[in-house]
Design a protein around this ligand. Structure first.
Ligand SMILES: [Zn+2]
Length: 738
């Protein structure tokens, strides 16, 4: 049974749809007929049970969801009303075995609805989200079932379970209690209603963002306005326009975040302002207005938290994380905020000098640096400081080289993995690539799918998710996917990446490794099924290899000549990684603080739709992070992580995990870097363990002590005021990640 995140994201929300069970008496015969030739009915017969994408059509999902829920209802009823008294196998393991059809269809649907959606799938998502929420509630709120789980939990010491089985029992018990299993029948009814409403609002939020982002794409009438773009980018913009019947024009699509990558290059200030304003206006008015959705959603989440006995939604969410409490989260955010802000303000002053000099030289109109200028002038500042531009670097980062000689190479050196492309297996979209992954001794280990290019029917950002979760219980090996949104090159042209995109590839592959190296018995505890503030640890750790000379020099080769990147340029690229971290840290912390503010309120404190922007502004002000030149990474109306995905009250998790990641990077350096011994040690202690043990214990067993904040500060090139630094060290010494 699954109630875990399906998608692990860099910048995109997880699907609300998870496999798990509703009362109801749909006719068994009708279901059987509808499922007769449904591709989800039986486990796939393809290698690794890869879904038979060539046989799956959008019309297959609904009947499979319905049949999957019916099947799990029957299975769960049999467990709950089993005559023999509860034991670990007939209750906990039986629950793990339930819902396999539902898991098959949910996994494929959740994956493809984010990476290759169509209007029919969006309709199914809208229809199924509340039904699946109700289905899950029916399981978690079943009194007979909970009685059996609780009976086992109460006498767990006497069951003499192995550690992983004990962990599984405790996990189930926690999930039942958190889902409301201890509530009165009347309160359970109220909870079910709240869950369904919340789930529907999250779906609505996501669809509004998708629509608003698509509609918000900026149309440009003359190529002259695109000064600063490369010829390839202009071609891409022309094709994007043509694809929307806007031939003869150019289209700049919006990416998820507030800041838009195009702002880095475009010289035309008016166009930059237009793009920036289109970005922040997303889903804030009109048909896709998310303000009413937010107002309702935060109110309902607060009501649900109260019903479950928590002060607010943040308190409810954080109890199940490594962080534990809102105070702990607030502490780390406020520790780092001044370091980020100080650095950002310093950079802003430097940029203003550049602007003033430029204005003086051209006898232009003086102006003050605005948010839509930041990316452009910080790029000028970066060039001035490091003397290279992305166009110089891009030819050395060709996608295939980065993948084979960088991402796969690091995994080979560390864990002994090898990769073989499989062109004989079906894919859901022609650009998707499939690799079979072998362990050091040649044993088949996993399938890895790489879906790297942007599409109109794909969500923005980058993420990893699973089609098949590893488990010894079912003898299943993992099938995992990485999704990115790299602009697709023109036919015949190479895909040349920015170093940010290179880093994202390594990041998502870190999640993939966490899924692929998983070696646990139970699906519930498999791979990336760890707390949100731990799940970004393996991914952010894996980013370090993109910068590591032993890996970087191996893949940074010119795509035409094969020449390695000149050392001088390489050094500059590396040095530049610490540039603009004041902005990155500040925009992230501002978003994380917004997330906390939205989820630390009671229902009566929820604003009206009209007051949503004012609530946001007040939250930033109160936290001392309202620096207009550096807007939050996401404004509330398109903050999908927290309003459509699994990151509500959890956006801080990236920073929390990064403390572990950077500390692990330090450990690797101290122990000789890129070696099999280091890789295997981390694999044994952390990467293969999923949630088979408390994640904080996993880290401590690997590292030998509690995490330290200093390597993160160093990695980002920031400095902390000394008073703050010593408090952070004290917190680390106390045994909690700061
Ligand atoms: Zn991630």
């Amino acid at each position: 049974m699954s109630s875990v995140l399906l998608a692990i994201l860099a910048t995109v929300p997880t699907m609300a749809i998870t496999a798990a069970a509703v009362h109801g008496a749909a006719s068994k015969d009708i279901g059987t007929i509808a499922m007769a030739d449904n591709p989800f009915r039986d486990p796939s017969t393809l290698p690794y049970q890869l879904p038979a994408f060539d046989k799956i059509g959008s019309s297959d999902y609904l009947p499979a969801f319905e049949a999957g829920m019916r099947e799990q209802r029957r299975e769960v009823a049999a467990i709950a009303h089993n005559a023999p008294p509860p034991d670990f196998d007939n209750t906990i393991v039986a629950l793990e075995r339930s819902g396999q059809l539902l898991e098959r269809v949910s996994n494929v649907f959740a994956n493809l609805n984010t990476s290759n959606s169509d209007p029919q799938m969006e309709k199914i998502d809208t229809e199924m989200s509340p039904k699946l929420a109700a289905h899950e509630d029916a399981i978690w709120l079943d009194p007979a079932l909970y009685a059996r789980v609780d009976a086992l939990f109460q006498r767990r010491a006497a069951l003499h379970l192995d550690p992983e089985s004990l962990q599984l029992l405790e996990r189930y018990h926690t999930l039942f209690v958190r889902a409301g299993a201890k509530l009165s029948e009347a309160d359970k009814t109220r909870l079910r209603t709240l869950n369904e409403q919340i789930s529907s609002l999250m779906t609505q939020f996501k669809q509004n963002v998708l629509k608003a982002s698509k509609d918000g794409a900026v149309v440009v009438d003359s190529a002259a306005e695109l000064e600063g773009f490369s010829a390839e980018q202009i071609g891409t913009a022309a094709r994007a326009a043509a694809a929307r019947n806007l031939s003869g024009k150019w289209l700049i699509p919006l990416q998820n975040t507030t800041n838009q990558p195009s702002l880095t290059q475009l010289r035309n200030r008016a166009l930059r302002e237009r793009i920036y304003k289109a970005s922040i206006a997303r889903a804030s008015a009109g048909a896709a207005d998310n303000n009413p959705v937010i107002a309702k959603l935060v109110k309902l989440r607060a009501e649900r938290a109260t019903l479950l006995g928590y002060a607010n939604h943040a308190a409810y969410q954080l109890e199940d994380e490594s962080a534990g409490t809102a105070a702990a989260v607030q502490e780390i955010l406020s520790h780092l905020a001044p370091a980020g802000l100080m650095s950002a303000q310093h950079d802003a002053a430097q940029m203003q000098k550049l602007i003033d000099a430029e204005v003086a030289q051209s006898h232009g109109q003086p102006f003050t640096l605005q948010p839509w200028d930041w990316a452009f002038y910080s790029e000028q500042l970066r060039k001035a400081r490091y003397a290279f531009d992305e166009a110089q670097v891009a030819p050395y980062f060709e996608l295939d080289h980065v993948l084979h000689d960088g991402v796969f190479y690091a995994a080979h050196e560390l864990y002994g993995l090898t990769f073989k492309e499989r062109k004989d297996l079906p894919v859901y979209q022609p650009d998707v690539r499939v690799f079979e992954v072998f362990d050091a001794d040649g044993t088949p280990l996993a399938l890895f799918l790489g879906d790297y290019f942007a599409r109109d029917n794909k969500q923005g950002g980058a993420w990893m998710n699973s089609f098949v979760r590893q488990s010894k219980l079912f003898g299943l090996k993992p099938v995992v996917a990485n999704n990115l949104n790299i602009p697709k090159p023109q036919p015949g042209q190479p895909s040349l990446l920015t170093f940010d995109e290179v880093t994202t590839m390594f990041h998502e592959f870190g999640h993939a490794i966490h899924g692929m190296l998983s070696n646990v018995r139970y699906p519930m505890l498999s791979g990336t099924a760890v707390p949100r503030d731990f799940v970004e640890y393996p991914s952010q750790y894996n980013e370090m290899w993109a910068r590591e000379p032993a890996v970087l020099t191996h893949f940074a080769k010119h795509h035409q000549t094969g020449e390695p990147m000149p050392k001088e340029l390489l050094d500059k690229v590396l040095a530049a990684q610490k540039f603009n971290q004041g902005y990155a840290t500040t925009e992230y912390i501002a978003a994380a603080m917004l997330d906390q503010a939205w989820h630390q309120i009671t229902a009566s404190q929820a604003p009206t739709p009209a007051d949503v922007p004012a609530f946001e502004a007040a939250a930033l002000r109160k936290n001392g992070i309202d620096y207009a030149k550096v807007p939050p990474r996401y404004h509330s109306e398109y903050f999908s992580h927290i309003f459509a995905g699994g990151y509500s009250a959890g956006y801080y998790a990236y920073l929390w995990s990064e403390v572990l990641a950077r500390d692990t990077g330090q450990w690797m350096h101290e122990h000789g870097g890129l070696t099999r011994a280091n890789g295997d040690y981390l694999r044994t202690k952390v990467l293969s363990r999923g949630r088979s043990e408390d994640p904080q214990v996993l880290f401590r067993n690997f590292y030998g002590r509690a995490p330290d904040i200093a390597p993160l500060i160093e990695y980002r090139g920031l400095t902390l005021p000394s008073a703050v630094a010593s408090r952070a060290t004290a917190a680390a010494a106390a045994g909690t990640p700061p």
